[in-house]
Design a binder for this molecule. Structure first.
Ligand SMILES: [Zn+2]
Length: 76
């Protein structure tokens, strides 16, 4: 049997959208607070170094996700 670890890291951002076909106020540009979750799957844990026993360091997930959120989602 193969073991598997799945970690989730939540992030939040503010962004706007509009629903042009909506028959009410939502046809106008308006903002929301959004919540995203990134899942990482691993079939092995680190076996040496400062991350021994970890599938991935949460700070590394943040390091990869933050530029994407900042450049493509936050206030877009
Ligand atoms: Zn909306």
């Amino acid at each position: 049997m193969t073991e598997q670890w799945i970690l989730g890291k939540e992030f939040r951002f503010e962004a706007a959208h509009k629903l042009p076909c909506h028959d009410g106020k939502r046809a106008r540009l308006h903002g929301h607070s959004w919540r995203g979750v990134v899942y990482v799957s691993a079939i092995a844990l680190n076996k040496s170094g400062s991350k021994t026993g970890m599938a991935i360091d949460y700070s590394d997930i943040k390091k990869y996700i933050k530029p994407l959120v900042d450049d493509y989602l936050y206030h877009y």
